[in-house]
Write a protein that binds this ligand. Structure first.
Ligand code: NAP
Ligand code: MG
Length: 416
């Protein structure tokens, strides 16, 4: 049966990438999106060679396009190290594209696991995903540190730019060798982080938890707590009440203990280091890296979706040798559905939102029917019906399921 395509009104910024994810990216577009959607894609090729040829200008242009259009979808990309410079003959070790895009969008990254009925989290009480919102600025990632070799005094000092007396206080009297570290953050960055978290929780209609160690860090961590509270009371409380969701602040150790005993289903906002550690813990405890999506939310009102995993290099080399691969495209597919849903919401086109939901149901339905890639087979509930499929076989199975659901729906509409 021929079916008319769904029109996506405004452009989506498409950022292509590297290795196995680039292979899957093309398959997902060819088999799951193009047959059904009439999309305007503004395409940027972030393949590592293309970044090299353009002296990384293409990454900057892609980020500018996301700022312009509001919605982007990104494939995984190689962050060059010495091996990659040699492998691809690069001019230099270009910076991480994600880092470049994140700093241009000034965003917060939210990581959300995809749950399937037959892939149970290792934490048995978790019934819904825990989303991690990690502050991606400052603290120990932008520190200044030194080792001291002998006895002496360390001080913390601030010199005001407009002039006036410097403020200082003692950190410690050393009686022998030791170490020292200075870290910082800014009110503006913390406020943007808070806004991104409140907006995300409201968008997803889930509770927001925030936790710091403010009992010990009475100035630094307490500032985070106070900015979140001010932001909540002035701009979000009424909206949260109307949506029936809660903002909850507690100590980081209390939050960690509660999270393990919880049913999940909330956004957990975390400072940079806490988010680094706990997002990996939540990802691993939720099942598989290939079932984790990621969205960068900018205070400038734009959204960039991607899979949380990398380019799956080892599978790509197998693919290049002509061997069969069984690489999981779930997180890539959910990056596209995330972008399409957001585009549809911003454009006021509910049929695009419904298509995104239908594709997600088809993808989850495939896994829940036992048709899965190798990574999932290893962690899925054992069942005689479970079957391992290839990279392409998995996408084809999802495509078949999607087609059946869309044709059924269209036939229903024709009859009514
Ligand atoms: P990776 O691509 O995430 O893969 C690590 C391992 O996890 C794989 O070897 C595979 O395990 C498993 N895995 C990850 N995704 C999978 C999927 N979709 N299906 C099945 N298994 C999957 O990390 P990496 O190998 O450390 O990094 C490769 C490249 O990705 C690097 O150049 C790095 O710079 C880049 N990277 C990019 C991003 C990004 O763009 N967002 C993020 C991280 C890394 P098995 O081999 O055991 O099957
Ligand atoms: Mg980490």
């Amino acid at each position: 049966m021929a079916i008319g395509k769904i029109r996506v009104k405004n452009p989506i910024v498409e950022m292509d990438g590297d290795e196995m994810t680039r292979v899957m990216w093309a398959l997902v577009k060819e088999k799951l999106l193009n047959p059904w959607l009439d999309m305007k894609l503004e395409y940027y090729d972030l393949h590592v060679k293309r970044r090299d040829e353009t002296d990384d200008r293409v990454t900057v242009e892609a980020a500018e396009a996301v700022l312009r259009h509001g919605v982007g979808v990104k494939c995984a990309t190689i962050t060059p190290n010495e091996d990659r410079v040699a492998e691809y003959g690069l001019k230099k070790m270009w910076k991480s594209p994600n880092g470049t895009i994140r700093s241009m969008l000034d965003g917060t990254v939210f990581r959300k696991p995809i749950f399937a009925k037959n892939i149970r989290p290792f934490v048995s009480s978790w019934k819904r995903p825990i989303v991690i919102g990690r502050h991606a600025y400052g603290d120990v990632y932008d520190n200044s540190e030194m080792a001291v070799a002998c006895a002496g005094t360390a001080v913390l000092m601030f010199t005001p730019a407009p002039g006036g007396a410097a403020a200082w206080q003692k950190i410690a009297d050393f009686t022998g060798p030791g170490i020292l570290q200075g870290i910082h953050n800014t009110d503006e960055s913390i406020r943007n982080f808070a806004r991104a978290c409140f907006a995300f929780a409201l968008d997803e209609k889930i509770d927001l938890w925030f936790s710091t160690k403010d009992t010990v860090s009475k100035v630094y961590d307490a500032r985070f707590r106070d900015i979140f509270r001010q932001e909540y009371e002035t701009s979000w409380k009424a909206k949260f009440d109307a949506a029936g969701i809660e903002y909850f602040f507690t100590l980081i150790d209390d939050a960690a203990a509660r999270a393990i005993r919880s049913e999940g289903g909330f956004l957990w906002a975390l400072k940079n280091y806490d988010g680094d550690v706990l997002s990996d813990l939540v990802a691993a405890a939720s099942g598989s890296l290939a079932m984790m999506t990621s969205v960068l939310v900018s205070p400038k009102g734009c959204f960039e979706y991607e899979a949380a995993h990398g380019t799956v290099q080892r599978h790509y080399y197998r693919h290049l040798r002509g061997e069969e691969t069984s690489t999981n495209s779930m997180a890539l597919i959910f990056a596209w559905t995330g972008g399409l849903r957001k585009r549809g919401e911003l454009d006021g086109t509910p049929d695009v939102v419904r298509f995104a939901a239908a594709l997600e149901r088809a993808a989850l339905g495939t896994v829940e029917a036992g048709i899965m890639t190798g990574d999932l087979l290893a962690v899925a509930r054992k069942s005689a019906g479970n079957r391992r499929v290839t990279t392409e076989g998995f996408i084809d199975a999802i495509g078949g399921r999607l087609r059946r659901s869309l044709v059924r729906k269209r036939a229903g509409e024709d009859r009514s």
